[in-house]
Design a protein. Structure first.
Length: 305
């Protein structure tokens, strides 16, 4: 199966960076703060700008809207989990983890395996909806998990350049600006480096996790609710889009549905380490979901395509 081969070739090796980060932190004293600063202030805005320039305006608006609504609505099951099961995870961190999907380095290899370059504009557009929510509301929620007041949390969001890169790229896209082809290898390198460093941060923060005392049952429940809720909400949104707009058809609808199987974005750990809040739970959540999605994504591809 091409998707399985693509995951094994392009995605699974990135998991080795978790081990690398763990070893570098345990024996070499590597700290996560410098890495998270590099990601927040350089790599994330660069990758955002590059990807939005490649998106088609109609699909950009449609896919961005669907994914942004998915992220917003995922706050509901997150709140229910916190209330029903009395989760020890901070409510704001939990909401961000439910809403922030790793569409970038999980979604792009899958799309390349299924369709080559043909459907890349769609996944890029969806990725931008995820970024629009994650790097604004998501970052705000992680800030709130440190018990910051609303004003300071908003200031935190306004300090990072991702939102400005997003706005600038949308304007540039509308005016037909294109990235020079000579920079394409640089942009691909930036995207890969972003993914690798994100996984390294997970490994660094996992050194603070007491594996024996992790509440495995609680985190398993959280993951189960997140994946089921994402499938139901995304299914509803794609169905409504087909009735009201009709921009997405056939395989495009299936690709949107596939996103419900994607893990929590590693940016959750980037944010938590940069703000220095809830880093242990953020690492556990991202690690759990990343392992689960290695099974769910190929299984969903077999069912949908």
């Amino acid at each position: 199966m091409n998707v399985l081969n693509e995951l094994l070739t392009n995605v699974v090796p990135l998991y080795g960076f978790i081990i690398l980060g763990y070893v570098a932190s345990r024996w070499l004293g590597l700290k996560s703060k410098p890495i998270s600063s590099l990601l927040l202030y350089v790599l994330i805005p660069v990758v955002i700008f590059d990807n939005i320039l490649k998106a088609e305006p109609a699909q950009l608006a449609t896919a961005m809207s669907i994914v942004f609504l998915l992220a917003a609505l995922m706050n509901i099951p997150a709140a229910l989990v916190n209330r029903r099961f009395g989760s020890d995870v901070h409510p704001d961190l939990l909401r961000c983890s439910f809403s922030y999907f790793n569409i970038g380095w999980f979604g792009i290899p899958v799309v390349m395996a299924l369709f080559g370059e043909a459907k890349m504009p769609l996944i890029i557009s969806a990725y931008m909806g995820n970024v629009l929510y994650g790097d604004t509301v998501g970052y705000y929620l992680v800030s709130r998990s440190k018990d910051m007041d609303v004003k300071d949390s908003i200031k935190n969001v306004l300090k990072i350049p991702a939102i400005y890169a997003l706005i600038a790229a949308i304007i540039a896209n509308a005016y037909g600006v294109k990235m020079p082809e000579s920079l394409e290898p640089v942009m691909k390198g930036a995207s890969w480096t972003l993914s690798a460093l994100g996984m390294i941060i997970i490994g660094v923060t996992l050194t603070a996790v007491d594996v024996k005392n992790v509440a495995y049952a609680q985190f398993s429940t959280i993951m189960a609710v997140r994946y089921v809720a994402a499938a139901l909400i995304l299914g509803l949104l794609v169905w409504l889009e087909s009735l009201v707009i009709g921009q997405l058809e056939g395989d495009e609808q299936k690709l949107m549905l596939l996103m419900a199987t994607f893990p929590i974005a590693a940016n959750l750990v980037v944010f938590a380490t940069y703000i220095d809040t809830e880093t242990e739970d953020a690492s556990i959540l991202v690690t759990f979901s990343s392992i689960i999605s290695l099974v769910l994504v190929p299984a969903a591809c077999l069912l949908l395509f």
